[in-house]
Design a protein around this ligand. Structure first.
Ligand SMILES: *[C@@H]1O[C@H](CO)[C@@H](O)[C@H](O)[C@H]1NC(C)=O
Ligand SMILES: *[C@@H]1O[C@H](CO)[C@@H](O)[C@H](O)[C@H]1NC(C)=O
Ligand SMILES: *[C@@H]1O[C@H](CO)[C@@H](O)[C@H](O)[C@H]1NC(C)=O
Length: 387
């Protein structure tokens, strides 16, 4: 299939032969045209653009030649071009639509028809810019998106400054797998304005670019849209670990343990940060496991405490947001004495109290029964004597 395409395209390659000087007997100069109709197409995916082109004009003579295209593109403010070499007639990638996009392409010929060397055409160029409407202050700012526990996506923003009272903002999003960009269905509101979005359940949105546009409308002015791109696994904030425990094994070895947070995040995706306090000194360490062994610095330390937080590790994401800290778990020297003092003794008191009360009650009840029995017996004996 590919070969047939290639042959067809080879037909278009132009080979112009010109004799050079007398000394270079049969030196040929081979030329090729740039691709035609090079354009950048916006399918409405909020930053995911199509770069497409047609094969160059002309021509024959090139059955054995390989035609390829070298494509370079970038956002206008970027220093570096991304370079792609392809045999296809299109390429797709994500761009930051807050800025312009520029791209250029040329044809490459390689193979026997060029006698082993590479022949390049001149460049075809194209640019794309979403018509920049409204001034910069009308954009939303302080956009903040968090993917809670790898389950619930929530974004919030602040309103543009100096916008008219009737201005309101809307959020649209798209990622690969959706037919078209969708509008937020559940806005978070403040003073009647949209200031955030609770996303619905998203079907396999991880490890793909996630595109967001927040634009707005007002009767009296134009509002500048804002574009955002991120990958959801990089903005995960998970629940903090729970069920912390400290086990002091012998005089100086300590085992700290905690539960992996509930939810869809695989346990291999966590890194934990532990803040450990021994009397007045605190240190911090990290681990991939949900337990750690530490040594006591001093034999005489009275109190050991620790707390843990977690985030996604480098095996599952490029970045992560630390969870909140867990509750603090402590161990105290002579904690048994304290347990005895603060728990067992009051408990014993309560127990004794309950026992006493119930004893009292039962003895009272017995007395009552006895009385009733006595009166019955008396009645009975009366009857007996009657007979
Ligand atoms: C191709 O290269 C060979 C040796 O590299 C040379 O002898 C020959 O003249 C070249 N032909 C053309 C058309 O350039
Ligand atoms: C906001 O963006 C969406 C998605 O691109 C578009 O359909 C809509 O017309 C835009 N609204 C305004 C007011 O520009
Ligand atoms: C810890 O205390 C024990 C006695 O309670 C003592 O024998 C031991 O040497 C101490 N170890 C250190 C490292 O201080």
């Amino acid at each position: 299939m590919d070969l047939i395409h290639l042959d067809l395209r080879c037909l278009y390659a132009i080979v112009i032969c010109t004799a050079f000087g007398s000394t270079h007997s049969s030196n040929a100069e081979i030329k090729v045209n740039p691709p035609q109709d090079f354009e950048i197409v916006d399918p409405g995916y909020l930053g995911y653009l199509y770069l497409q082109w047609q094969p160059p004009l002309f021509l024959d003579n090139c059955k054995e030649c390989m035609v390829e295209y070298e494509l370079k593109y970038r956002n206008t403010d970027s220093e570096n071009w991304k370079t792609i070499i392809t045999k296809n007639l299109h390429y797709k990638d994500g761009f930051d639509l807050n800025k312009g996009v520029e791209a250029k392409i040329h044809t490459l010929l390689r193979g026997q028809c060029t006698n082993g060397s590479e022949v390049q055409s001149s460049w075809s160029e194209a640019t794309y810019w979403t018509s920049p409407q409204g001034n910069l202050e009308t954009k939303v700012w302080d956009m903040n998106c968090i993917y809670y526990n790898w389950q619930y996506l929530l974004c919030s923003w602040k309103l543009g400054t100096g916008v008219h009272f009737d201005t309101n903002y809307n959020l649209f999003y798209w990622y690969e797998g959706l037919d078209h960009a969708l509008q937020c269905a559940d806005y978070i509101q403040g003073n009647g304005k949209n200031i955030g979005c609770r996303f619905p359940y998203l079907e396999s949105p991880d490890y793909k670019d996630f595109y967001i546009c927040v634009n707005g409308s007002s009767k009296s002015q134009l509002i500048r849209p804002s574009y955002f791109i991120f990958q959801l696994q990089n903005i995960v904030k998970s629940l903090p670990p729970d069920y912390l425990s400290i086990i002091v094994k012998d005089s100086d070895e300590i085992n700290l343990k905690w539960n992996i947070p509930n939810g869809p995040i695989p346990s291999k995706c966590f890194i934990y940060e532990i803040k450990f306090t021994e009397d007045d000194t605190t240190w911090v360490t990290t681990t991939f496991e949900n337990e750690i062994y530490v040594r006591r610095a001093s034999n005489e330390s009275q109190q050991l405490c620790f707390l843990v937080r977690n985030r996604m590790n480098i095996y599952c994401s490029d970045d992560g947001i630390w969870s909140e800290w867990s509750d603090t778990q402590c161990w105290r020297d002579g904690m048994w004495k304290e347990i005895l003092l603060f728990f067992l003794i009051p408990f014993a008191f309560v127990l004794i109290f309950i026992l006493l009360i119930s004893c009292l009650l039962t003895s009272k009840q017995k007395a009552l029964l006895k009385m009733m029995f006595h009166t019955k017996q008396e009645v009975f004996s009366h009857q007996e004597t009657l007979c």
